[in-house]
Design a protein around this ligand. Structure first.
Ligand code: NAD
Length: 331
């Protein structure tokens, strides 16, 4: 199924669907909308039928959805992940799918816990001028994201998993997360385990990102460091993502609805196209994913053919056409 989303969502979703169709993927699309547009029609940005359809179909390709800043409705993205228990947010940061001149050998995967932390939505004004936000960390959620990261490491021949934390300050909450990671790590002796404090991790990612392999983080740190990671390989227009739960998955780019460029026809659809390729792997179609990925890699060096965020001159539609042409010529 597909959720076009807000802002640049419908533009990049249309592009990814075209690429999938051209790749030979046999997909019957069920389209439902969520976000700003459904607020008027259904009185909520996340109608129940959207969640029911995801449960029924099991796999979705989703455009970004806008969340008002400092007021208005709470995040549809966060609510969807929590309601469907899509506990693992997976964001691969890979120079092969990047355009950076600085780093050509970054290859890390970020596993961000997707259902709790300060995203639990537990905030209140406790006195004039004093607001409180609760950070919720549970053993259950910490264990399952750590297991997910280690299982991925084993399946994909990854050597090292590092837990990213601030347990020197948040001894209870991040301390619990860290204890979970340590306990799970002890069950995977074939994978090296390490720990790194989040601020140091941010600095190390900027100066020597090649050292990182698999990172497992709580929700907020994962959100911030995955955007940092996107910056290392060329920008938010390039980094795919997936929200995975038990028997259900929603594939979406790491970027948001980019209201500053929405409707201008200039959005870079690559992050969603790569998310769609990962969706095909999840669906047991690695050959289709491979043909999309090979075409992407082969055009990334042709700067003028890329979208403007990557220094090129193409709009979304032109770029999509070029990518499809490349895919059919290289097979
Ligand atoms: P953003 O990712 O939308 O944009 C940040 C910057 O990157 C902007 O300058 C934007 O133009 C650029 N950018 C992002 N994607 C791009 C693309 N595909 N091509 C070219 N340029 C691109 O982040 P933001 O501005 O902080 O957030 C905007 C809205 O998106 C907010 O309402 C936020 O809550 C929402 N958001 C949604 C999701 C999601 O749906 N999963 C994720 C992040 C942010």
């Amino acid at each position: 199924m597909v959720i076009p989303g807000d802002g640049i969502g419908p533009e990049v979703v249309a592009s990814a669907k075209q690429v999938l169709e051209a790749s030979g993927a046999n997909i019957e699309w069920v389209e439902v909308q969520a976000g700003k547009s459904t607020l008027e029609e259904f009185g909520t940005p996340l109608p129940e039928h959207v969640l029911d359809t995801i449960r029924e179909v099991g796999v979705a390709l989703k455009g970004p959805i806008t969340t008002p800043v400092g007021k208005g409705f709470t995040s549809v993205n966060v609510a969807m992940r929590k309601r469907l228990n899509l506990y693992a947010n997976v964001r691969p940061i890979n120079s092969r799918f990047g355009t950076s001149d600085k780093f050509s050998d970054v290859d890390m995967v970020i596993f961000r816990e997707n259902t709790e932390d300060v995203y639990a939505g537990l905030e209140q004004d406790i006195a004039p001028g004093v607001a409180q936000c609760l950070k919720i960390i549970t053993k259950e959620a910490s264990d399952r994201i750590a297991i997910f990261a280690f299982d991925y490491a084993i399946r994909n021949g990854r050597k090292k998993v590092q837990a990213v934390h601030k347990a020197n300050i948040m001894k209870k909450s991040d301390g619990l997360f860290l204890r979970s990671c340590r306990e799970i790590a002890s069950q995977y002796p074939e994978v090296e385990y390490g720990e790194i404090i989040v601020d140091n991790c941010a600095m190390q990612m900027v100066i020597r990102p090649q050292q990182f392999d698999v990172l497992v983080l709580t929700n907020l740190y994962g959100d911030i460091l995955s955007d940092l990671g996107a910056g290392l390989v060329g920008g938010l227009g390039l980094v795919p993502g997936a929200n995975i739960g038990d028997g259900m998955a929603v594939f979406e780019a790491a970027h948001g609805s980019a209201p500053d460029i929405a409707g201008k026809g200039v959005a870079n659809p690559l992050a969603l196209i790569l998310s769609a390729a990962n969706m095909m792997k999840y669906l047991g179609e690695p050959a289709i994913a491979g043909s999309i990925e090979r075409a992407v890699i082969s055009i990334l060096g042709q700067k003028d053919k890329l979208t403007m965020d990557l220094g090129g001159r193409s709009g979304t539609k032109e770029f999509t056409k070029f990518l499809i042409g490349t895919m059919s010529s290289i097979g």
